[in-house]
Write a protein that binds this ligand. Structure first.
Ligand code: NAP
Length: 351
């Protein structure tokens, strides 16, 4: 059946007590057609789920920056329509023909194009390729795993990149940009727990207490970082976690110490990189690119193992807040406008 036609039917189908449990489930659906680009909460027929060898009963998902772009249509994230957004999910396996998973197993998923090219986590059910799943670490509830989500797992990949390139706590200060956002908040909590001196760069200096509470030793205003600077500045940073890009990333590279490492993972401030090669060829600075989406399985398992070990779970309450599935759509533009602090967990069973 043509999927667009099927979705028109989904939108008008209201489940009754006669419906078999979970044959119809609730989810956010993004559509793009002659009527425009829109995201809405719908009742979705299970028969419409994409192919996959594991069906997961989702309990929690999240709202990441990328999900904000997908829901609002402000960035070309969704590449197939209709699409259920949500690059993260946690839940319980309902059915599986994959050798590694049995009904009842607790699982989580980050990335692999889910929410972009394959229906994602902002729904009560998902059908997936079992190779994409990660067993939920025993240390976390599904809600806690989603409080970490792709943002937190990416923060861990950044920390692992700094370590891989030899940046130790004794090497000097680590600067974290986009500090009050999801990646930034978890990066500060992780780095401070590991003994690094962390300097937070934020547009929200009014949230300094929050950032100090996560473990930032110092909080700096983003403004001077966000304007054109010199090719090389005074050496300060032993390492960096940058989620902003643009002039902020260029200025951080210019002030990174000899043989320091900059882990670049985001573009919240822009896609461009108006820099020179001077920091790289004169100071041996390493620019380490971080991608969470297609990150090999062994590295993601290691990242989640490290999160279970190195993230102080008592910080998660301050970093995250929970909303229902129905609230996620309205929150998306606020997230993109930098008005949402930390992480958003979505309880998909609360509408
Ligand atoms: N490479 C990957 O695999 C990967 C994975 C996850 C995320 N990301 C990317 O990382 C970035 C952050 O993700 P997130 O989930 O942490 O998003 P988020 O929770 O929305 O946080 C982004 C933060 O960036 C800062 N910011 C927002 N707009 C800005 C602007 N115009 N100029 C400068 N700074 C700005 C704000 O920090 P302050 O509030 O402190 O000012 C904001 O809180 C996004 O670009 C996202 O796409 C990449």
């Amino acid at each position: 059946m043509n999927r667009t036609v099927a979705c028109v039917r989904m939108a008008t189908h209201v489940p009754t007590d006669m419906d078999k449990e979970y044959v119809v489930f609730k989810g956010i659906l993004i559509e793009k057609d002659d009527a425009g680009y829109r995201a809405s909460l719908q009742h979705i027929d299970e028969a419409q789920l994409p192919e996959g060898d594991v069906t997961v009963r989702v309990s929690h998902s999240t709202l990441n920056y990328k999900d904000g772009l997908a829901i609002t249509g402000k960035g070309p994230v969704v590449r197939k329509f209709p699409m259920v957004p949500g690059v993260d999910l946690a839940g319980v396996v309902e059915t599986s023909s994959h050798a590694d998973y049995r009904p009842g197993d607790r699982v989580l998923l980050n990335g692999w194009g889910v929410g972009e090219t394959h229906w994602g986590g902002l729904a009560q059910k998902a059908r997936l390729n079992g190779d994409w799943l990660v067993p939920l670490p025993a240390a976390f509830s599904p809600q806690q795993a989603m409080a970490i989500g792709t943002a937190g797992y990416t923060a861990m990949l950044c920390v692992m990149a700094l370590e891989r390139h030899g940046v130790t706590p004794s090497a000097g200060e680590i600067v974290v940009t986009g500090a009050a956002g999801g990646v930034g908040s978890v990066a500060i909590a992780l780095l401070s727990h590991l003994g690094y001196r962390v300097v937070a760069v934020t547009g929200r200096t009014g949230d300094a207490d929050y950032l100090h509470g996560l473990g930032a030793a110092e909080v700096l205003d983003r403004a001077p970082f966000a304007v054109p600077g010199k090719p090389l500045g005074k050496e300060r940073w032993a390492g960096a976690v940058d989620v902003v890009g643009g002039h902020v990333l260029a200025n951080i590279c210019a002030a990174t110490r000899y043989r320091g490492v900059v882990a670049a993972c985001g573009l919240a401030g822009g896609m461009d990189f108006p820099a020179t090669v001077a920091p790289f060829i004169l100071r041996g600075v390493t620019l380490a690119g971080i991608d969470s989406v297609m990150c090999p399985r062994a590295e993601r398992l290691e990242a989640w193992r490290r999160l279970a070990m190195d993230l102080d779970l008592s910080r998660l309450g301050a970093i995250s807040h929970e909303v229902g599935l129905g609230e996620a759509i309205a929150l998306a533009p606020k997230l993109l406008a930098g008005q949402v602090r930390g992480r958003v967990v979505v309880d998909v069973n609360r509408v």
